[in-house]
Design a protein around this ligand. Structure first.
Ligand SMILES: [Zn+2]
Length: 251
């Protein structure tokens, strides 16, 4: 079994390296075909540079040509996708339909989370695919799932409207819709509770760090919203509930 998990992890990292290309090129007008290159000097990557994780390690995170830093996003997304693919199999084996379904969901949340982290905006294309898949899931699971999605959407849309988009983006409301449709009412509450707790924890941590930094080095203060996208925390909540049945409400 361990050998299988290792093979699935490697398969996941290969998918992850494709997701990196999508995350980097989405909305840049560049086609998805064609070799990737160094973002600084444009040096094209050779076949050897395309091996997930190992190529990053062997290059020690720098371009072979111009020595500029290669974004940590590459190895992080690769490892993360590998782990999520393994977790999916661990959780849903031997239901191969569910494994295939959730591999797709994992690929989409990796794109959405990483893109939001990078650009503070949720990419619409992948988001609509995620919403469509979640809707299929909700319809198959009945009315309570449909209501959970609509309720969670309404909650985030309300926060978005009353704050003029300062607390939440409208993209967060769309993600809330998908999350509710995927998880159903009880699990959605747990996932959202975890999202708010972890988001608040990281936000407070960043504020404290920033104040200390200002005290010691006189650098500018950062505010929570300008620095902290919420989608990655919602995705964390989704994953914790999905894989580990982590529940804040004991029923
Ligand atoms: Zn370079």
């Amino acid at each position: 079994m361990w050998l299988w998990y290792l093979l699935i992890f490697i398969f996941g990292t290969i998918i992850g390296s494709f997701l990196n290309v999508l995350i980097i090129r989405y909305n840049t007008g560049k086609s998805l075909a064609g070799r990737s290159g160094c973002l600084a000097c444009g040096r094209q990557l050779t076949a050897l540079d395309l091996v997930p994780i190992l190529s990053y390690l062997s290059l020690k995170g720098r371009c072979r040509e111009c020595q500029s830093h290669i974004s940590l996003q590459y190895p992080i997304v690769e490892v993360l996708t590998g782990l999520l693919f393994v977790l999916t199999v661990w959780r849903f084996f031997p239901n191969f339909n569910l494994i295939a379904f959730y591999w797709l969901i994992m690929a989409l949340v990796v794109i959405i989370g990483a893109y939001d982290w990078r650009h503070q905006i949720i990419p619409t294309g992948p988001m609509y695919i995620l919403i469509a898949l979640s809707l299929i899931w909700a319809v198959a699971n009945g009315g309570a799932y449909l209501l959970a999605g609509l309720g969670s959407f309404a909650f985030f849309a309300f926060l978005w409207a009353v704050s003029g988009g300062r607390w939440m983006g409208f993209g967060d409301a769309k993600l809330g819709l998908a999350l509710g449709w995927l998880l159903g009412p009880v699990a959605t509450l747990s996932a959202l509770a975890l999202a708010f707790w972890s988001g608040a924890l990281v936000g407070i941590g960043l504020m404290v760090a920033s104040r200390l930094k200002r005290l010691w080095w006189g650098s500018k203060l950062i505010t929570i919203k300008s620095e902290l996208p919420f989608a990655p925390f919602m995705i964390l909540g989704l994953l914790m509930v999905l894989f580990f049945s982590w529940h804040v409400i004991p029923f």
